[in-house]
Design a protein around this ligand. Structure first.
Ligand code: BGC
Length: 917
């Protein structure tokens, strides 16, 4: 939660205290102001940025009737209510998101301070919100004065310079990261200093001995030949009068390190580069730019190797104060200049990668002389911080794994070529603390060797890394297994949202697989606010689109992998649509509309006459199903239909009515072809797999009669497997929602309570703390699955969390982006309570229900400016109370209906305590 939001909540609480608990009709208050769906972003290059806020009120049934935004060029102007950049005036309406800045043209490096006020349902104006801000980046490529610089001396010989020599097929080449530096004088009083930095590689920037930010892996992963992102950091506080040092460490990362399988490095280039400039505004109105260029000096430092897959090595004996002013770099080399490619430089539109949690070891086990295995209690992605005392030259080796072998040693075979090994050589002076900066591992267990004595739980701290998205969900119920399942999906998401949504964080893969992303994206929105994260990745997707319109297997794309095929390529349409559905801003659709249209054309052109698949095409099918294949032709036709239907919806959302008609017509034709080609008179679909029926039901491919048959057949297929699922990635995404959709949540409950193979509960019974790639990643009978493909942190099967939030918590969006909400928990007999929270774009939605016998209590919180339909089991109206009074008399509760023993209320915003006797 940001500080502004906390401040506002505190204000409401203290108001309650002052009035002795009875809160007066509090006005509607604008809170949680964001720009481009980020809090106070620095250095954006969107010239028409989108502003948003939430409105909060303690009063029921509140809504916004008008708003006003002021944007000013200085804090003082804003404090005087002078919107010298933009004064929107009072605008009637309840919009709180996607408010497009409409003021004076914004220029490079400009700082914008802003605030909002709103009018409530009675037309009463709020106070102005707390101020927020954003700053502009470098809008024109010509604004870049910093030149590409690097250091290639250690990169020429492809020999193994690092301590990791156990290469499998190819020699391992692990050059040390470069250290680059310059010094400069500051003689005037500094008013503001901003550092703009990017890299073909990964860069850490230091100013006067301090890292300029906690961000990692700057500038993230893009198709570097096309674009590279930069970040802006306000470093005013780090500058000092007199001599200053600007320094950077430059590592391979995605640009030239090992990426994907086959022990392959240098996928983009061989010579990492960085570009940086420090813009200083002095109080006297003058400016200065300290920029990377040929005058910088280069060398190597204590980091002797750094690679995502292989790990990082550090020799503390080589550490020097080279990032500080006054260091003698007389012996250092000149930097290399120029770069292998000339990408466009753009501001990073998403959150940076940061440490989001620190984990303490749960146990330490001795596994050999000086070697111990630490169990961190959780499978996650990140690094380990080492705290150690040792004589000079003592070498500590850390190896990482997700699972243990039966003998208690770490199991690393499933990491394939990823060595996942960090080493630290002691300097030998007192306690030494080290954490790597340019690698990460997917792990629960760390084997630490080279220790002189038994370590303590202080020796290792797990640092969990992820893109810094804001937590948006919470789930807890009376079933510990379901709580673990929710937790496993959360941790697996965090482990895989590292600048791009990846398949896994541990083996030599870690790619932005499209199929996995489309399967999981809706669930992702329920755990984290991923709007800006996907804004970034969807550009990678478009960058990776093939000339003929086909989307790739993964984005950024790996050479030769540009034919995604059905259900993978379709992420190019499904993900923008899902982001729009969750957050309600059309810009993501507008931005990628032409690209999505090209994809639909590709699908049409690829088809045989009659909209059916061609003879040959690439398709992964229902990946990792359990002996229940779905014909690839069925997957292909179903997804073609689905994407066409989504395109029709996208076109209507954008007001492109003719296109909407055209895409709807296309959908109907594909649907007809699907039925003719694959559906028998008895409703059986070719292949007769669970996924067949899931796809047909959830993509609306059947007419009502056949729909009923498919519903019956789906349940029959599940029953035939002893009430077990057999679906792979493609089917599992929609299996549970499809069951809910046909009114068979009773079957969904059976599946989610299962703990026998295959089920979610099965992995949890084996101690899983994350979602496994395969249902049978490890079984008591067979042990580990094929190590060639056996990750224990793949999120696809975790898509079930969406069903949990929507059916156990009962929180659903009814229409677009939770503006109208449907609250309909559907408890089964095994659960006695559930507490669910989802922080929607309009604010927190909560349900808390308790059940004992026929007594049902439901507390619901609906954000201001939204409305909800609440559905709960109740025999008749006289049995339902709200806050102790008859529900008909409760303020905020509107229409009442009683269909099929379900009490149905329309409510305005606020918190309601419903209860049935
Ligand atoms: C990845 C996946 C991906 C798949 C394609 C695997 O190697 O880990 O998650 O979707 O290949 O079928």
């Amino acid at each position: 939660m940001n500080t502004r939001r906390i401040a506002c909540l505190l204000a409401l609480t203290s108001l309650a205290a002052l009035t002795g608990g009875s809160i007066p009709a509090a006005p509607l208050t604008p809170v949680a102001l964001r720009c481009e769906y980020l809090i106070d972003p620095a250095g954006i290059d969107e010239t028409a940025p989108r502003l948003s806020w939430q409105v909060a009120s303690k009063q029921r049934d509140e809504r916004q009737t008008a708003w006003q935004v002021l944007v000013a060029g200085s804090e003082t102007a804003l404090a005087h209510d002078n919107g010298d950049l933009w004064d929107s005036g009072k605008v009637a309406g309840d919009d709180t998101t996607a408010i497009v800045y409409g003021g004076r043209a914004l220029t490079s490096t400009q700082v914008c301070h802003w605030k909002a006020r709103v009018w409530d349902r009675d037309g009463t104006a709020s106070d102005w919100s707390e101020p927020a801000m954003w700053s502009m980046g470098l809008l024109d490529q010509k604004d870049w004065r910093g030149k590409w610089i690097g250091y290639d001396k250690m990169r020429q010989a492809e020999t193994n310079t690092a301590p990791l020599a156990d290469a499998k097929h190819k020699p391992t080449f692990l050059p040390p990261p470069s250290c680059l530096r310059t010094e400069f004088n500051v003689t005037n009083k500094v008013q503001r200093a901003v550092l703009y930095g990017t890299a073909l590689g990964l860069a850490d920037f230091h100013l006067n001995g301090r890292l300029v930010s906690e961000d990692r892996f700057t500038p993230g992963w893009t198709d570097y030949a096309k674009r590279v992102h930069y970040r802006a950091y306000d470093v005013t506080q780090l500058l000092r009068e007199g001599r200053n040092a600007l320094a950077a460490v430059l590592a391979d990362g995605w640009y030239s390190g090992y990426v994907a399988w086959g022990k392959t490095r240098d996928r983009y280039g061989k010579e990492p580069r960085l570009r940086v400039q420090l813009q200083i505004d002095y109080a006297d109105g003058s400016h200065d730019i300290i920029a990377s260029g040929p005058d910088w000096k280069a060398s190597t430092g204590p980091i002797t190797s750094a690679d995502f897959q292989m790990g990082e090595s550090y020799d503390a004996r080589l550490a020097q104060k080279w990032t500080e002013p006054g260091f003698d770099d007389g012996q250092w080399d000149a930097v290399a200049t120029g770069a292998e490619m000339a990408p466009v430089l753009q501001a990073h539109p998403g959150p940076p990668v940061r440490v989001f949690a620190e984990l303490k070891p749960k146990s330490i086990t001795k596994v050999g002389p000086g070697a111990y295995v630490f169990d961190m209690g959780q499978n996650f992605a990140g690094v380990a911080r080492l705290k150690i005392k040792g004589e000079p030259g003592r070498k500590i080796t850390l190896r990482f794994a997700e699972r243990l072998k039966p003998d208690g040693g770490i199991y690393t075979t499933n990491l394939r070529n990823a060595m996942a090994t960090d080493t630290y050589i002691c300097r030998g002076k007192g306690t030494e603390i080290w954490e790597p900066r340019f690698t990460f591992h997917g792990y629960q267990y760390v084997e630490v060797s080279g220790l002189k004595k038994r370590p303590s739980t202080e020796t290792i701290t797990g640092l969990a890394l992820s893109s810094a998205t804001t937590d948006a969900g919470q789930f807890e119920c009376s079933d510990a297994m379901l709580n673990q399942l929710a937790k496993n999906t959360y941790w697996t998401q965090q482990a895989n949202f590292i600048d791009v949504p990846t398949d896994c964080p541990q083996r030599d893969e870690r790619l932005g697989w499209m199929g996995d992303a489309q399967v999981y994206v809706r669930t992702a929105t329920l755990h984290e606010d991923v709007e800006a994260f996907f804004t970034k990745w969807l550009v990678d997707v478009e960058d990776a689109q093939r000339q003929d319109g086909e989307y790739p297997k993964m984005a950024p794309v790996i050479k030769g992998e540009n034919d995604g095929g059905p259900a993978w390529a379709d992420a190019g349409v499904i993900c923008p649509w899902t982001v729009y559905e969750a957050y309600g801003d059309t810009r993501v659709l507008e931005k990628h509309y032409a690209s999505m249209a090209r994809f639909i054309d590709f699908c049409k052109n690829r088809s045989a006459p009659g909209f059916l698949p061609p003879k040959e095409f690439h398709c992964y099918g229902d990946w990792l199903n359990i002996n229940d294949d779905t014909p690839k032709t069925v997957v292909c036709t179903a997804y073609f239909a689905h994407s066409a239907k989504l395109m029709a919806r996208i076109a209507s959302a954008l007001g492109r009515t003719n296109d909407a008609v055209m895409y709807n017509d296309l959908f109907e034709k594909i649907k007809a072809a699907f039925n003719r080609a694959y559906v028998g008179a008895d409703g059986r679909i070719q292949g007769d797999s669970q996924t067949d029926y899931v796809l047909a039901l959830s993509f609306d491919l059947l007419d009502p009669d056949r729909r009923q048959q498919a519903a019956r057949l789906l349940v029959e297929k599940i029953e035939n497997r002893g009430w077990h699922l057999s679906t792979g990635f493609v089917g599992t995404k929609s299996l549970m929602p499809a069951l809910a959709g046909i009114g068979r949540n009773d079957v969904a409950w059976r599946l989610i309570h299962n703990d026998t193979f295959p089920s979610w509960g099965f992995s949890i019974r084996q101690g899983a703390t994350s979602i496994w790639e395969r249902w049978d990643g490890w079984t008591p009978e067979k042990g580990f699955q094929d190590p060639k493909m056996n990750s224990f942190a793949h999120y696809s099967f975790g898509a079930v969390y969406q069903w949990m939030v929507e059916n156990i918590g009962g929180i659903q969006s009814d229409g677009l982006a939770y503006k109208h909400i449907r609250i309909a928990p559907q408890p089964d007999d095994k659960l006695t309570f559930a507490d669910t929270r989802y922080d929607s774009i309009h604010g927190p939605i909560e349900t808390h229900w308790r059940k004992s016998g026929r007594h049902f209590k439901l507390q619901v919180t609906i954000p201001a400016n939204t409305t909800a339909t609440v559905v709960m089991p109740a025999v008749d109206v006289s049995t339902v109370l709200e806050s102790g009074r008859p529900v008909g008399k409760a303020p905020g509760v509107k229409a009442l209906r009683w269909p099929r023993a379900l009490a149905t209320f329309e409510v305005g915003s606020g918190t309601y305590d419903f209860e049935t006797k």
